[in-house]
Design a binder for this molecule. Structure first.
Ligand SMILES: NC(=O)c1ccc[n+]([C@@H]2O[C@H](COP(=O)([O-])OP(=O)(O)OC[C@H]3O[C@@H](n4cnc5c(N)ncnc54)[C@H](OP(=O)(O)O)[C@@H]3O)[C@@H](O)[C@H]2O)c1
Length: 312
């Protein structure tokens, strides 16, 4: 019989979520976990990934069966002028977590990004494709993935793309804000990818933790996971405005499709972020909902929150 990660018979499955205030961390903490799980969370300043020894001590003291690292340096453009901090948080921090997990026999679930690829592939990326990040952020995440794999066999790295939720800063909230302010917007139409709801990532993570805790021993490694379907930022914006308009929200009169060169940013983004998700479907039976469906749920939540705030 397989021995589940760090298992002592009769004990609950303790999960330690790092970065609970971020988009994915927030969803992990408010999601329903199956019976038998005890979910603890920790965030800055109590656990700061720039202080690796502290992270190690906290994990050694908490002794979780699975650590879920939802913390990261995610400011893609700011990373270009602050590489030291990006690498400290995205490479050295996860390396310390992986080392600490190995010491106590825990597994580590970690999130990574489509930005580890250069986007020059014609089709969807599979997990074995070579990485070639175009940005400091992408390079720091790629080195974090490698640092985890070097130190810990029992790791699950979920590479995902274009994450959004009702909390935090993301494209959906930016579009709703700009859409309410402006009559005309230009949105990049030559970067292809898949919007991914943080809630869907949380659901996938819970399914993975459940399987690992039950003894699944052949589900480690790198997996792609993203909302089902593909679009461009322009297509994403159009759908946000279509759904927002159906809710009676103000949207721009005109949305123009523009090329990347017309919207220069400090960090270069891959033109093709398509991620093939067949591996996670085979290993865990996990398939994401269509991205438009998940977007509708997030818009509902944002609208309800706005209505509640107005009623106060
Ligand atoms: N957002 C995307 O579009 C996207 C796309 C692909 C992959 N991902 C990956 O998905 C994961 C989660 O992304 P997200 O969008 O949920 O991120 P997020 O909303 O930006 O949250 C990141 C969290 O990390 C915390 N953090 C930052 N620096 C830290 C440090 N030194 N020590 C401890 N915590 C720190 C932040 O805390 P504070 O609140 O204190 O700053 C925040 O709670 C990341 O691994 C990211 O690379 C994201």
């Amino acid at each position: 019989m397989l021995r589940p990660v760090g298992h002592t018979p009769g004990m609950t499955n303790k999960i330690l979520v790092i970065g609970r205030i971020g988009q994915i961390g927030h969803e992990l903490l408010r999601s329903w976990w199956p019976a038998g799980f005890e979910v603890e969370s920790i965030e800055r300043p109590r656990l700061d990934l720039t202080r690796p020894q502290e992270a190690r001590d906290i994990i050694a003291a908490a002794r979780p069966r699975i650590v879920v690292n939802a913390a990261a340096y995610t400011a893609v453009d700011a990373a270009e002028s602050d590489p030291d901090t990006a690498f400290a948080i995205n490479r050295d921090g996860p390396a310390a977590l992986a080392g600490a997990c190995r010491e106590i026999g825990a597994a580590l679930v970690h999130f990574s990004t489509d930005y580890v690829y250069d986007g020059r592939k014609a089709g969807a990326y599979v997990e074995t494709d070579p990485i070639a990040p175009l940005s400091v952020y992408g390079a720091s995440k790629a080195e974090g993935d490698a640092a985890i794999a070097e130190r810990l066999d029992r790791h699950v790295i979920l590479r995902t793309s274009w994450v959004y939720s009702a909390t935090g800063q993301n494209f959906v909230k930016t579009m709703l804000r700009l859409g309410a302010e402006r009559d005309r917007l230009g949105i990049v139409d030559d970067q292809h990818g898949s919007p991914t709801a943080a809630a869907d990532l949380a659901a996938a993570t819970i399914a993975i933790c459940t399987a690992l805790a039950a003894g699944k021993d052949d589900g480690y490694g790198i997996f792609h996971f993203r909302g089902d379907g593909a679009t461009t930022w322009y297509g994403f914006a159009r759908e946000i405005f279509r759904q927002a308009s159906a809710h009676g929200l103000k949207t721009p009169r005109l949305v123009d499709a523009i090329v990347t060169e017309a919207y220069p940013t400090p960090a270069v983004r891959p033109r093709n972020s398509a991620l093939d998700c067949r591996k996670i479907a085979r290993a865990y039976g996990i398939v994401a909902p269509p991205w438009q469906t998940s977007l509708a749920a997030v818009l509902d939540e944002l609208i309800e929150a706005a209505a509640r705030a107005e009623a106060v």
